[in-house]
Design a protein around this ligand. Sequence first.
Ligand code: PEP
Ligand code: MG
Length: 920
Amino acid sequence: MAKKKAARRSRTAGPGRAGHKHVYFFGGGKADGNRNMKDLLGGKGSGLAEMTNAGLPVPPGFTISTEVCNIYYEQDRKIPANIDKEIAENLKKLEKSAGATLGSNDNPLLVSVRSGAKFSMPGMMDTILNLGLNDESVEGLKRRTQNGRFSFDSYRRFIQMFGNVVLEIPKEAFEHEFEEVKRARGVKLDTDLDENALREVVERYKKVVQSRTGKAFPQAPGAQLTMARDAVFRSWMNPRAQEYRRIYDIPDHIGTAVNVQMMVFGNTGDRSATGVGFTRNPATGKKEFYGEFLINAQGEDVVAGIRTPQPIRELEQVMPKAYKQLREITTRLERHYRDVQDFEFTIQDERLFMLQTRSGKRTGYAAVIIATDLVAEKLVSPKDAVLLVDPESLSQLLAPIFDTAEWKKIPAATRGLPASPGAASGQVVFTADDAVEWANRGKPVVLVRRETVPDDIHGMFVAQGILTATGGMTSHAAVVGRQMGKPSVVGAGELEIDEKNHVFRVSGQTVKEGDFISFDGLSGEVKIAQVASKPSEILQVLNKTLDAKKSDIFQRFEKLLSWADKFRRLGIRANADLPDQAELAYAFGARGIGLCRTEHMFFGEGRIPIVQRMILATTEVDRRKALDELLPMQRDDFYGVFKAMHGSPVTIRTIDPPLHEFLPKREELMVEIARLEATGKQGRELEEKRKLLARVEQLHEFNPMLGHRGVRLGITYPEITEMQTRAIIEAACRLNKEGLKIVPEIMIPLVGHVKELKDQKTVVDRVAEETMKAQGIKIKYLVGTMIEVPRGAMTADQIAEVAEFFSFGTNDLTQLTFGFSRDDVGKFLRIYQEKKILDKDPFASFDADGVGPVVRTAVQLGRKTRPGLKLGVCGEHGGDPASIHFFEKVGLDYVSASPYRIPVARLAAAQAALSVKVGD
Ligand code: PEP
Ligand code: MG
């Protein structure tokens, strides 16, 4: 009964229905929303609400919730009348609070209409400022402000922005008219245009609108607002916003909110300004007030990178009172949110207004510095600090840096602002599309732009680094570069870039497309040369070429990860095949090997001929001869790997790939034979090649991934399993005799039927027994299996009768559950993503919806048979933060990742443990 009632209530009161709240007001010290409502109000909306509630000077306004964005798309890009009514009511309230009326002739209210999703997407969506101006209200504004120049400048900006964003007229159409007026009047700077000139610009702009759309510029403020609101919702689906979401794994369905807020003006004259800033340096993490501002300018001028703004410290000289207040407020905000804040402000006639606050995006480097500083300052606990750092960003700290000696040898050609740290060296390209094309051809590229615009995102993504001629530390290139962890230098004003002819000139040199340049994102220096880089500080310490005590960042990195280790439940192991990889993984904090792919050892120096002899053998006797040669080599490898793990568990997998992978390619052999025949060469070489080709033909498979590989090899050639077992047990016996207790875990791949495993376990147990006897020592070892074939997962209860541990091979499990070939998926995956059939690449980020239940079933069935069954994952997903959340939830014991992903996995495992409960 109660259930029925609840269902009825939700039908009548859900999003879109009358009675459900869709619009949230803020103003006069009180807001409907708060900081915890990011899902509904977006980051900007919830920040504005929170600041209003805290009594900060925020211009009043209202937020149309993200639910309305979804309704807009569900209802064929229309907003239902009841929501329109709610917006109208809030507009009335806003007019009352502002003491001005939208469209009024004598006291007009002007508003901004801005997007704001839960996650910030800098520059990706649209904004409209100065809305409410028309031919009459502009005169009203002039009367109120006694400033005709300002009023008409605001009007022309509005028509331009509205024309571009809402009416989709290219910016150039307006810029052309603007330049014409400037030229006719013989002025250089925008600010040199007087009221009359700007009146003329307005008239010309209106004509552009008329001719491009066939309609006059809309004069009714109500219509302007509706059209602007819909344009912001539309911008949620523009290609660059979609691309951004794809890169950052932001789901499409969360939608954007729309914030309608009373305008305040940073462009009323020299007593006004606008700016953005951070409470700490987002590139280096340093505790310093950081940002920039422009006098007599409007919001977007600062971030657009058109004018290079002044550092925020200089505001202290120009407007000391407002500066002091800004410092006080932002310090308060940092304490309140207990994290670095990224804020926007406007000063109108020396009066400060806060327009936004949110957690500041930062580089991986800065994230570690800030998190450890905030703990030292007692602003946050170690647990909070662990949650403050994006695990993925830690990999930036492992990126290479320039060799200082090499770097110093080359003179700097110029210097720009150091926007995002890291060493970048590559070939110059001038457009984002070229960057992608060159990168696809395997070239390292540096994207050089006059200024980057949000549309460049795909090129920035593939570039080694981004260099721009204009813009400040908060320009688009800087913000996005930092977030991507791409080295970036911006505002290198001496660069004369000729984008059309694909060259730039600097300090007397001409640099063409394809020439090498290098720059340092930490110092801002740019050099025209290719400069070799060297390992990051962290790696230098781990390689013992730098003393840990001399590296501040290493110490902080260690500290943060040691906190993470306290909170994580999942064990962290590494996928490593060779002793040096194992050592690095151990140094990074892995405590165990989750997967040692033994076949990789076959590719070691001088081994391939022996492996080929083993494969070419036509009798078991000959095969054993080759295997006997391999045995000592494998044993020494295993010895090294065990030793590097200092007694932590090591899982060694028996041979997996199909044998043809160790032989030359069929086509190459055919060409070789034809060549030898054509040159009349007979004899041994030709004979051997023909023999090889015959075996290659025999081993040829139509679908090798589903072919003769994994356990199937061990079953057909048990002598391979025998040799590998002997090598493992001999290495372990030797170490045990030396005093290092090793419990090897022997893992059989690609098992789909319990009898496959039984077959191999019999071989392993027999050989282990013989070997131990011969060695005169008894050691403990485990035999387990990979779960990577769906049948294996669905019969995990039977398999667990034999297996002493499971390790999920999510690469093959994904392949076999989807039926997507791991090697061929690239041909269509991109189209699947574009068509929204798949959000993410399931081979990179685990598909919890489809492959998830297969893993979950295997976990449950396996543990039903063997309650203490050890469970891990060794597919690529073991190093992916989102996937790690799933493995935490499903209750695995450990994840195994490649050595460089170990720090990421440690932190992600801690975050997963802090935010999910096993069994959720
Ligand atoms: C897997 O399939 O997930 C796995 C780890 O094995 P491989 O990638 O070697 O097939
Ligand atoms: Mg596999």
